[in-house]
Every structure is written in C-alpha cells, then in structure tokens.
Design a protein around this ligand. Structure first.
Ligand code: ADP
Length: 539
C-alpha cells in the first residue's frame, strides 16, 4: 500500500522560492575584485537570478547543458548557482587552482557551453581558448566600467548581460532527480572525475546537515563560507543559508588572508565559518600577531583534512569552538560531524581532546561501514581499522560519463579511499588512505603525476612521492629518488626540472636519495612502507 502524501519535487528552485518569500531581507555581503564590500539581500539576489535566467535562455542554453563557473565566493557566484540549476541547466564549478591542462580536460569532458569567469582567471582561459572545443562564449563577472581587455572570443559582461532582462521568469517544473550541479574531483588517481549532483540530493543534504548537532544554521547566525564555492558547493552552505535565513558573508579572492577574514568577521558579526585547517591557521596567526580578537565568532567547522590539536587549542583561547567535519566531493560532502555527546564534556581534558579531534560522528542520512580486504565488516570498537565505505541518498552512484564503472561500489557501497576506525558511538577516525594522493592546503596533488614527471629526468632510475606533515599546508609532497647508476643528480636540478611540467604548487620542497624504494609482492611501489620509512620526516 502506498502512502497518500503529496510528492512535490525536492528542488533547489523550492529553496529559492522559500527564501524569497520568508527571508527577502537577509543579507549577502561580498568582497569582490571590483568592490571591497558589496551588500545585497536574498530578495535582491533572487530578483537578479530571475534576470539571469532570462539571459541564459537568450544565450541559447538548453535543458541539461553544462554551464561553467570559474570564480571566487561572492554574490554573483551565488546568483549563478541558483540561476543555472533552477533553469534546468547544470552548474559546473571549476577549480581555478588546477593545472591549466586539467581545466581544459574538465571543460571538454563536461562539454561546457558557456563559462562565467572572474576577471582574475581570464589569462588562464586566454591561454586555453583554442583547446576548449564546446565553449560557445564567456561571461566576465564584473560591471561594464570594470570590464577588462581580453583576447577571448564572444565575451559578454555579466552586469550588462542581466541588466536589460525582465525580473520575472517561469521556472521549469523539474524532476527532482535531474542534475543540478557538477564538480570534478582530483582526489582519485587518473583524470579528474565528475560528480553530478541532483536537485534531490542537494535538498536532502541540506536538510540532513542542518540539525542542531551539525551545521545548525538559523536566522540568528551569520556564516562565512571560506571553503571555495568550487569545492562541493561550498560544502552545501550556500543552499543551507537560503533555507535557514542565515546571513552570508563571502570573502571573495582574499580567502587565505587572516587579516581580511578577521575584519569581515568583526565588521559583519560572523558567528560561524567553514574552511580547511590552513585558513584557520592563517586566521590564528593573524590574531596572535596583531592582538586582534574575533568576539562574534562562536564556532568553526574544519574539514578537508585532519585538524591539529594546537590549532584547536589556539581557537579555544579565543572562545571559538572548532568542529571537525569529514566528507568528500562524492558525498555532497558531509558524512560525519564532530559534536560531543553530553557526557563527553565532563571527560578529562586529554580524553575530551581525543574525541574532539576525531573526524566526527556519523550523521543521519549516511550509512557507513569499515571492511577488511575481503570486504568483511569490521567492528565499531574504535580500535580495528578498515576501508571506509558509505552509502546514502547524497552519495555518488557513478561518476559522470563513467556510468559503467562501478569500481568504487562493491555491492552498492562507495569506497572512500580512506582507512578508519569507528567507535561504539559512531565517532570515526581516519588512520590512513588507500588512494595515492596528497592533500595540501585543502587541494589534491596527484603523487602519480609528480612521479611520472620526475621519472622523465635522465638521472632518475625510480621516483616515488609521498605526503609528509607540514605545519601550514597539513601535508606537502616529498620526492624520493633512486639515482641511475653512474649519475650524480643534484636536488635543485631535479626539483627545477619539474617546473613547467606540473602545477607550481605541486613541486615538492625536498627530494631525498635512497638506495632502493620498497615494493609490494606485485612489484608496485609500497607507499605504506615508504611512509613508514619517512615517518619521522616533516617539513
Ligand atoms: P572536500 O572538499 O570536502 O575536502 P574532497 O573530495 O576534496 O572533499 O576530499 C575528501 C577527502 O579529504 C577525504 O576522503 C579524506 O581523505 C580527506 N578529508 C576530508 N575531511 C577530513 C578530515 N576531517 N580529516 C582527515 N581527512 C579528511
């Protein structure tokens, strides 16, 4: 027997319509390249979203088209999120920190039709233009007055594009399972892979991550997503804020700058902010050096990498509660969130820290398990570790255009590539990774690409790259090399050789020479053994 309730579609359009009615005056404050403090509201932004929808339709966009953004966090990017998805197109957020070749791969793979771009990223697109096969034109995210010179073909100015348009639009009735946005992850080996979110998964993730024990967004909060909008939809916060009537503060291009963050927090009354450890380190360093305070700030979510205890302690000294979150691009992203159970607050200091530093407690909506190599489920005893697998309505089923490859889905579970313990209360702790990548400042570095580049040097017999701890970037790559017999390569030559072959920030700071690199029985480099060999190495 079926239930007899209405089955209205769960769409991003419904979030927009709700916020327009209930929270039209809630503010959106942004730093942009052309304005140090732009002020808008949900009402104004969504009115412009209607104009944008008319403009997109005139640009010839068809249902399901991928429309790309290459932009920092600000109100125009916010408008694109809603304008593109609610019109029935797919908002493809591109990470501008990727190596240009990866950007052109992603644009071509997604078959993007238009790219909405911040002026700062024009040089990259100018360099790539000839390779971008499907792109019909570019829209620069700025005003007519600030429009820069560019050699790109078919270029429009965002403000000019939308200003002439009507502020009413008939939104299509979308199937809740239709695609809403697309984000490529390079956190796997091989080419970046596209994660295609749906309206339904986005709305469910918003609902599932806005309980009192998780993001707890509400009209009395002001949030600042320092996590980029090209990283899993700013961890969903941009939709959650509209659903909950929460004031949004966008830091624009200055998101790594402690002074800008502190100023925005103090002047806009930010209560809650989201970002990777590296940005909170920049904030703490600035506060300690300048003697400034951040009195409105009550809590932070730190994710994307493990949180060092020293950082959490430093934030405690400013009365800012740090909550660790864990997730992935493939998980929309949230899977666990760290809030202590009531009795844990009374634990001795060290035991309490041990809990607070874990990757967090499983949230409703995600199922999680740890398994051994034979996929036997392991106990939740907080001791035994295994491959971490997840499933649920906001977890990726297959990658975009790789629908047939279910390598990540043994019997319907998504293998995260993380290795973890889970305890009896559902607190998860990451202990290792099976994926051969390094995470530096919240961004992935492919060990394999760095190794292949290094192997091209004539004096290198074998090269391997591992991640080692770094105080600012959490992890940085270390190049381990076996010299070709009879040659005497120098560190500086080898590292200099990588320049131009991989992204600058992927180049390891150091290179060590060894007689032999450990291998597994099947002849592959044993990263596990190599990491153990260099367990005491740190930058
Ligand atoms: P995100 O943008 O959320 O960082 P990615 O897909 O780029 O998403 O990265 C996901 C990976 O980052 C995880 O599989 C894990 O290896 C790492 N990660 C995320 N959160 C944490 C955390 N709290 N502690 C340790 N590692 C983490």
């Amino acid at each position: 027997m079926l239930g007899q309730m209405m089955d209205d579609a769960l769409t991003i359009t419904s979030i927009m319509k709700f916020a327009m009615k209930v929270f039209p005056d809630t503010e959106i404050v942004s730093v942009t390249g052309d304005n140090p403090r732009h002020r808008s509201t949900f009402g104004k932004a969504f009115t412009r979203v209607h104009q944008l929808a008319n403009a997109l339709s005139k640009l010839g966009c068809a249902p399901g088209d991928r429309i790309a953004t290459l932009a920092w966090n600000d109100y125009r990017h916010f408008e694109l999120y809603y304008g593109i998805s609610c019109s029935g197109y797919v908002c493809h957020t591109i990470n501008p920190r990727l190596f240009p070749e990866q950007v052109s791969y992603i644009v071509n793979h997604a078959e993007d039709q238009w790219i909405f771009v911040d002026p700062a990223f024009l040089p990259m697109l100018e360099q790539l233009q000839a390779e971008l096969k499907t792109v019909r034109g570019f829209v620069v995210l700025t005003s007519k007055a600030a429009m820069p010179e560019t050699s790109l073909n078919n270029v429009r100015c965002y403000e000019e594009l939308i200003e002439a348009e009507a502020d009413s639009f008939t939104w299509p009735e979308l199937d809740e399972n239709s695609a809403s946005s697309l984000c490529y992850t390079s956190g796997t080996t091989g080419n970046p892979k596209g994660v295609l979110y749906s309206h339904r998964s986005t709305v469910l993730h918003c609902l599932g991550t806005n309980t009192k024990d998780t993001l707890a967004l509400a009209p009395d909060e002001t949030i600042m997503p320092v996590v980029p909008m090209f990283h899993v939809n700013a961890w969903g916060s941009v939709y959650g804020a509209a659903m909950a009537g929460t004031k949004l503060v966008f830091p624009g291009p200055k998101m790594g700058d402690g002074e800008t963050l502190a100023t925005l927090i103090n002047e806009e009354g930010v209560t809650f902010a989201l970002g990777v450890p590296t940005v909170w380190l920049a904030l703490v360093n600035y506060l300690q050096e300048s003697g400034s305070k951040v009195e409105s700030l009550q809590r932070l979510v730190v994710g994307g990498a493990a949180c060092p205890r020293s950082l959490m302690e430093a934030m405690d000294a400013y009365n800012v509660d740090m909550h660790v979150g864990w997730g992935m691009t493939e998980m929309s992203p949230l899977g666990t969130y760290n809030t202590l159970l009531p009795w844990m607050h009374d634990l001795p200091e060290d035991e309490k820290f041990a809990y607070r530093l874990k990757a967090g407690r499983l949230i409703y909506g995600v199922e999680m398990r740890i398994v051994d190599e034979e996929v036997n489920e392991l106990a939740w005893d907080g001791k035994v570790s295994g491959r971490l697998q997840v499933r649920g309505p906001w977890i990726c089923k297959s990658y975009y255009k790789l629908e047939d490859s279910d390598a990540h889905l043994p019997d319907g579970w998504f293998d995260t590539g993380d290795v973890a313990t889970i305890d009896q209360y559902g607190f998860m702790q990451i202990t290792d990774r099976t994926k051969d990548v390094i995470k530096s400042g919240g961004e992935w570095i492919s060990s394999i690409d760095v190794e292949n580049a290094a192997m091209g040097h004539e004096d290198v017999a074998e090269a391997a790259v591992i991640g080692v701890p770094h105080p600012k970037w959490t992890e940085r790559p270390l190049l381990v090399v076996v010299k070709r017999p009879g040659s005497e390569p120098q560190k500086a030559d080898l590292l200099g050789y990588l320049d131009g072959k991989i992204a600058k920030w992927w180049i390891p700071e150091d290179c060590v020479f060894v007689e032999e690199i450990p291998h597994t029985a099947t002849g592959k480099v044993s990263k596990k053994d190599l990491r153990e060999l260099f367990a005491d190495y740190s930058y």
